[in-house]
Design a protein around this ligand. Structure first.
Ligand SMILES: [Zn+2]
Length: 452
């Protein structure tokens, strides 16, 4: 018999297609699925686990569509640099990463995501130094331990500095090795099932760190094996200049030529897009992971999020790696997305409910999981965030969704992932975060010492 959990007496924002909300409602979870959602009290369930939601808002768990978990142990460096300066300073540090460092960093970053309402996260890992062990396996182990639904991307770089790329030569891999490792990762880990806790995507790092051959071959491999494609795109003006001089076109045109537009592709950032690129993304169903905090930290620019949403492009939100977003806090992203959008496009550019939608259903769409996660609907997976809004920081804010999106980050009363309680009363239950903090500090010191 599946365990039944009832969450009662809370406001509910379902983010379903009708944007249904209940001022006082309930959700019933059976096993790992949502069994019922509605107004008022649920029917009586003998033996059900009961979570008291008084003073709380229940939303779908947040979906993080872009992240580099390993960067949790390289936070605070190059704090005042542009993207290219920041990368050039950090590559030598990242060169020392190994599977133990990745495991520790990923555990820290994933715990921070859990505490800030994230139930599904992706990762983009593209640093595979020789003799580093198996970083992908290490972060998958960390995600299983913390308990988040996980979409790691097997990243890659094959264009070193001597060939005109940005990363140093010793940090890049050979094309054949990358393709073999990518195929192996898909065969070993990818789970296409409805309930999947683990799905793989392929993700060459960026136009300025990989060859066109790698982009073409990765797309062919992804399509042959039924996995998604991800990379960075149009993050900065520097990247635009790089593509103009190397390829004679914009980053979006370059990727389009290589077959990288389609409903199975999502791009991180997509800040510097012209109207044609937005139009092409909308027509092909190509998705965007908007990372407002990281974009601002690196001064990369303000994405045209409102235009993307209006055009019908699938848009989700991402924290990006913690080396360009030290907070690594998922609940800050909808707030920043709204603030940036309004600063760019005026007071009506984005509503608070659209911001919440981007952080939930938008992310689900971008990851190809709109049927399974992203909203509170009967039959979907039980990924739920119960936000406490009755403390001094939020008490008296008239509308709970406004309190969540525009107020300071509230504590979680509970976070359920696949029906399992990962956070309770603001604390991560699956790992000891004090122990994790000590390990993170030690791993960071060791990594910096290695870099000299
Ligand atoms: Zn990134």
């Amino acid at each position: 018999m599946d365990q039944v959990t009832v969450i009662v007496d809370c406001a509910v924002a379902t983010v379903d297609p009708h944007a249904t909300e209940y001022a006082r409602g309930h959700v019933v979870v059976r096993g790992n699925r949502i069994d019922a959602v509605g107004a008022g009290d649920p029917p009586e369930f003998g033996g059900a686990r009961r979570i008291d939601g008084r003073g709380c808002l229940l939303t779908p768990g947040l979906v993080n569509t872009h992240q580099h978990l390993y960067q949790w142990i390289t936070r605070g460096l190059a704090a005042d640099h542009t993207l290219f300066e920041w990368l050039t300073e950090l590559y030598p540090v990242w060169a020392g990463i190994d599977e133990d460092g990745v495991r520790v960093a990923a555990t820290g970053a994933l715990a921070a995501l859990a505490r800030t309402g994230c139930t599904t996260t992706t990762d983009h890992h593209y640093v595979f130094p020789r003799d580093a062990g198996d970083p992908l396996a290490a972060e998958i182990t960390a995600a299983e331990r913390v308990g988040l639904r996980f979409h790691p991307c097997r990243g890659s770089m094959d264009l070193g500095a001597s060939a005109g790329g940005l990363p140093p030569d010793h940090l890049v891999e050979r094309l054949d090795d990358i393709l073999a490792a990518s195929a192996e990762a898909v065969a070993r880990w990818h789970d296409p099932s409805f309930d999947a806790m683990l799905r793989i995507a392929l993700a060459p790092c960026s136009p300025f760190s990989v060859t066109p051959d790698l982009l073409r071959e990765s797309a062919a491999l992804a399509r042959a094996t039924g996995v998604r494609l991800h990379t960075h795109l149009a993050e900065t003006v520097d990247e635009q200049d790089y593509c103009a001089s190397a390829f004679g076109c914009t980053p979006a045109q370059y990727m389009q030529r290589l077959g990288w537009f389609g409903p199975d592709v999502w791009y991180a950032h997509a800040v510097h897009l012209d109207d044609d690129a937005i139009d092409a993304m909308a027509k092909t169903g190509t998705g965007v992971a908007h990372c407002p905090t990281s974009n601002a930290r690196l001064g990369a620019g303000v994405a045209r999020t409102a235009d993307l949403v209006r055009a019908g492009v699938p848009v989700g939100l991402g924290v990006d790696g913690a080396a360009s977003n030290e907070a690594g806090s998922m609940i800050e992203e909808p707030r920043h997305a709204l603030l940036w959008a309004r600063n760019r496009g005026g007071p009506h550019a984005m509503t608070v409910r659209t911001a919440l939608e981007l952080a939930t259903m938008g992310g689900a769409r971008v990851l190809g999981r709109a049927a399974e996660i992203g909203s509170i609907e009967v039959g979907k997976l039980a990924d739920l965030a119960l936000w406490r809004l009755d403390t001094a920081a939020h008490a008296g804010i008239a509308d709970p969704v406004t309190a969540l999106v525009l107020g300071s980050a509230p504590p979680l009363a509970a976070l359920l992932v696949n029906g399992r309680e990962v956070v309770r009363d603001g604390e991560v239950r699956t790992v000891d975060t004090d122990v994790v903090a000590t390990e993170v500090a030690r791993a960071q010191a060791a990594l910096l010492a290695k870099a000299g």
